[in-house]
Write a protein that binds this ligand. Structure first.
Ligand code: THU
Length: 163
């Protein structure tokens, strides 16, 4: 038996001013689109902004439903729209931001498990790591791959037993 350690790298920034221009624009787009969320049940409004490899920025917000599981997170709203409308361009980066129930930027935001798996599929499809930019109230964190959010993940390779 061996115990292995799996490490992830997280780059932490104080605020958007510290980011490179393209990342700053993505964070601002995520904050902006969060306002469009339809979240009458949770009152937690999330925005996601994706940058594609051709430079296009695609945004989405969470869309809730009285029948709870029908609702969709911001990340998947944006991701599926991007992959449907720009099937030839990979997602290079995603920024996510949220407004909490008191109307302030959420203290902590990180994608749910289903969105992590959906992002992983897109990364696998295009064979390009997706950078993940997490905009929280007092910091912005950047991960260089969705695998950092989902260690020991399952992807299509497993179906053919490819390592
Ligand atoms: N939500 C997102 O849209 N993205 C996340 O990363 C976390 C959660 C949504 C789902 C639901 O509409 C609300 O936030 C509360 O969970």
């Amino acid at each position: 038996m061996q115990t292995k350690e799996i490490k992830i790298l997280v780059s932490e920034y104080k605020n958007e001013e510290e980011l490179i221009t393209t990342d700053r624009e993505l964070v601002l787009a995520a904050r902006r689109i969060a306002e469009s969320a339809y979240a009458p049940y949770s009152k937690f409004k999330v925005g996601a902004a994706l940058r594609l490899t051709d430079g296009t920025v695609v945004t989405g917000s969470n869309q809730e439903n009285a029948a709870t599981p029908v609702g969709t997170c911001a990340e998947r709203s944006a991701l599926f729209w991007a992959n449907a409308n720009y099937p030839d361009f990979a997602v290079e980066s995603i920024a996510i931001s949220a407004i909490d129930q008191s109307g302030n930027r959420a203290a902590r935001l990180s994608p749910c498990g289903i969105c992590r798996q959906a992002l992983l599929e897109s990364q696998h499809r295009f064979q390009l790591p997706i950078r993940v930019i997490l905009d929280s109230r007092d910091k912005i964190e950047i991960l260089n791959s969705v695998e950092s959010l989902l260690p020991l993940s399952f992807n299509g390779n497993a179906l053919n037993s490819v390592e």
